[in-house]
Design a protein around this ligand. Structure first.
Ligand code: MN
Length: 493
């Protein structure tokens, strides 16, 4: 009778992000994720030589507190660092400096998901296992890099919601300049806890690690929901365990847990001072609020309020290139200007199309879902030139057809759109009237004169052109006008 009631997924996320700082969390070794030579950014402190003492990196503390402000969480007024003891070669000290009792941030919310806590800790070294599995080498460049850990409440109910949350967090970290948060580079690492409950009773949870892209994360969660549901529907029990995600096989697999995770024997680190944050002026909420940029959610709301479609607003907020162009174009226009929407539509359609063409030409391997900012094409047109096109279009100097052509043309070599339109006679008329419409109207008004012209009376054409010019108040290119007139009458060129 298992079909009588449905199993409901409950998902919680644990997300680690490497923070952008000059130096490591507790010493002056460089924090440089791009360093390719192993074991160069190390010193006696992060290598845990006896007698060395750690010093707290203030920038790292500030990053986490700013994240807390953005999440509308509670900022700690007292905090301390604890030793989380476990033994593993990637941990030189034999413990990780983390926060247990007093996280920097408690509560808060993002994308409708409640946050439990955000705390600060240090990263471990990176281990590289040889393909044969016979040896492991360790690079300590990453050991001691400041790491933020965010834990959500188990309130997420689908893979999509989990993915949306993680994407929004990545954006937030980038807007705050707190982390590059590239999942492919391990700068942001997501772990998901999934359980299937029934009739309000929570099920046994399974933890999935090794999720190095948003897509992998969503697929792993979907897979796990199906797997656990099938087990439960057979009347069997889900085993509590930690799994990895095999991207090739598209399935989760049980992983050996590195420690008997139970007891980390947390205790406050005796070498580090506790911090009374409420007594430190630079860490007050007020001081931190003064440093906040416009956040992704705020920017999205501003665009939507201006009439931009939700999906376009999302694209401008998450794609830095499109966002910059849009901001550059609308700068100086008054609020509610219809030009704003016009610009949004041309960016979302025409500019995005040009980008897609260039990206697929430059790299066909790349999965568009996993676009990495570093290998994506650059915006082909300057905000200044793009703004000119939108203004010409809005003043009806050029038609929408012409606008698209001028955009393509200007994107090729950066030429001034006004020059392009001028040189090619693409202006409709400065009066804003449409030349084609005026020509058609003039011909209708003077059928006799048209007949005269067709019978070979050249002066008749001059008369018609004069009438058009008058209607257009002279604001038309005579050469273009003559050509359009001859075309409309059906005369040979
Ligand atoms: Mn952690």
């Amino acid at each position: 009778m298992s079909c009588m009631s449905e199993y409901v997924p409950t998902i919680g996320l644990e997300i680690h992000a490497e923070l952008k700082t000059q130096t490591k969390m507790f010493c002056r070794s460089k924090n440089d994720a791009d360093e390719e030579r192993p074991n160069v950014n190390v010193c006696p402190v992060c290598m845990a030589h006896p007698g060395t003492l750690p010093v707290i990196n203030k920038d790292a503390v500030r990053h986490v507190l700013r994240v807390g402000v953005a999440l509308k969480g509670e900022l700690a007024d007292y905090t301390e660092f604890d030793r989380k003891n476990y033994f593993y070669p990637d941990l030189p000290k034999g413990y990780q400096l983390s926060q247990y009792e007093y996280p920097l941030v408690s509560k808060g919310e993002l994308n409708g998901v409640a946050i439990t806590r955000v705390h600060l800790e240090e990263d471990t070294a990176s281990s590289m296992h040889s393909e044969e599995g016979e040896s492991t080498t360790i690079d300590y460049n990453r050991a001691g890099v400041p790491l933020m850990e965010l834990v959500t409440e188990p309130v997420i109910t689908s893979a999509k919601q989990a993915g949306d949350f993680a994407r929004e967090l990545q954006l937030l970290l980038r807007y705050l300049d707190a982390s590059e948060a590239n999942m492919e580079k391990g700068e942001m690492r997501v772990e998901a806890n999934i359980s299937m409950g029934k009739d309000g009773v929570l099920g046994t949870k399974v933890e999935i690690k090794n999720l190095n892209s948003f897509r992998a994360m969503e697929r792993a969660i979907e897979y796990e929901i199906k797997r656990q549901t099938q087990i439960l529907e057979k009347g069997e029990k889900v085993v509590q365990e930690t799994c990895g995600w095999d991207d090739g096989k598209q399935k989760t697999f049980p992983q050996r847990v590195k420690e008997g995770s139970a007891d980390y024997r947390y205790f406050p680190d005796p070498d580090l001072p506790s911090l009374k944050l409420s007594e430190m002026p630079e860490y007050t909420r007020e001081a931190l609020e003064g440093t906040m940029p416009e956040l992704p959610a705020e920017r999205r709301a501003r665009y939507i309020k201006a009439g931009v479609k939700k999906e376009d607003a999302d694209a401008f907020v998450s794609d830095e290139r499109l966002g910059k162009l849009f901001e550059g174009v609308i700068e100086g226009w008054e609020e509610g200007s219809p030009k704003t929407l016009l610009a949004a539509n041309y960016i979302a359609n025409d500019v995005v199309n040009i980008l897609r063409l260039r990206e697929s030409a430059s790299d066909t391997r790349r999965d568009t879902e996993e676009r990495d900012s570093e290998d994506s094409a650059e915006i082909p047109i300057s905000a200044r030139n793009f703004k000119k096109i939108i203004e010409m279009l809005s003043e009806r100097k050029i038609s929408s057809r012409v606008a698209k052509d001028v955009l393509l043309e200007s994107a090729k070599d950066g030429a001034d759109p006004e020059e392009i339109a001028k040189q090619r006679g693409l202006f409709q008329a400065d009066s804003g009237a449409n030349i084609d419409a005026v020509v058609a109207e003039t011909l209708l008004k003077h059928p006799g004169v048209v007949e005269d012209f067709k019978k070979g009376k050249g002066a008749a054409l001059e008369y018609l052109l004069g009438q058009c010019m008058k209607a257009l108040r002279g604001a038309a290119d005579p050469v273009v006008l003559r050509e359009k007139m001859r075309e409309a009458i059906g005369a040979d060129k």
